[in-house]
Design a protein around this ligand. Structure first.
Ligand code: SF4
Length: 226
């Protein structure tokens, strides 16, 4: 068995209609794992087909012919709205990071303006000091400022999820939760979860910038560590 390496594939034969197994690269899952793919396809038969179909229609609606060119016309914020409408979801939750409270306020305003009932929960909800989880003073952010004894509310993704669960939200939207906290929130949310904003403190919440800018290149991080 060879580990799948689609990110290293040059031809991407899966993207065209005509392909044959012998022309696929050795690391291609279509070559090495056809039984896994067949079993996965069966899950669409038994699962929630609406979710898939509406996602794919939303994907198509992202484009329009503008002055003779196919152009992308919907920002993700609008896609959240349109997709939720298609799914018949009316009650939405927003789980946000305290560092993006202003952005969360605007997200809620836009969703409410589009006609949704919206509940929102801040990551610090519960107001529990980080030491409750066994995190030492030296691992508090306050230590960077030299005050490890200061109260520092921990992010609380399980509380965020349970508060939204108690409101029976139909979709929960992540606005800038920390890495790891976003995973725990997703695990505990009863409603499906989508990420509108991924936290990246350095790049204005745009992780792609680290791929495009030499100033953020991983090579520099390695140099910093040595
Ligand atoms: S599925 Fe196969 S052909 Fe498609 S990107 Fe992956 S390796 Fe390439």
């Amino acid at each position: 068995m060879v580990a799948p390496q689609c990110a290293k594939c040059v031809d991407r034969k899966c993207y065209v209609e005509e392909w044959s197994s012998e022309k696929l690269p050795g690391f291609c899952p279509m070559r090495d794992k056809p039984e896994v793919i067949d079993a996965a396809m069966e899950r669409y038969e038994s699962g929630d087909r609406d979710l898939y179909v509406n996602s794919t229609i939303t994907e198509q609606r992202a484009y329009q012919m503008v002055r003779g060119r196919v152009m992308a016309v919907r920002p993700r914020m609008l896609e959240v709205i349109k997709f939720s409408e298609m799914m018949g979801w009316n009650r939405l939750g927003v789980a946000f990071c305290v560092g993006l409270a202003e952005e969360a306020r605007r997200v809620v305003e836009i969703l409410e303006g589009a006609g949704f009932d919206v509940c929102s929960v801040c990551c610090k909800c519960g107001s529990v000091d980080k030491t409750w989880w066994g995190i030492s003073g030296e691992d508090k952010i306050a230590t960077v400022r030299g005050s490890s004894e200061a109260f520092e509310a921990g992010c609380n993704p399980i509380v965020q999820a349970e508060v939204l669960n108690s409101e029976s939200t139909e979709l929960n939207v992540i606005v800038g939760l920390c890495i790891g906290h976003d995973i725990q929130f997703t695990e505990c949310s009863e409603a499906p979860v989508t990420t509108l904003i991924v936290k990246d403190r350095v790049t204005g919440h745009n992780p792609l910038a680290a791929l495009y800018s030499g100033y953020h290149h991983p090579r520099l991080w390695r140099e910093e560590e040595t």
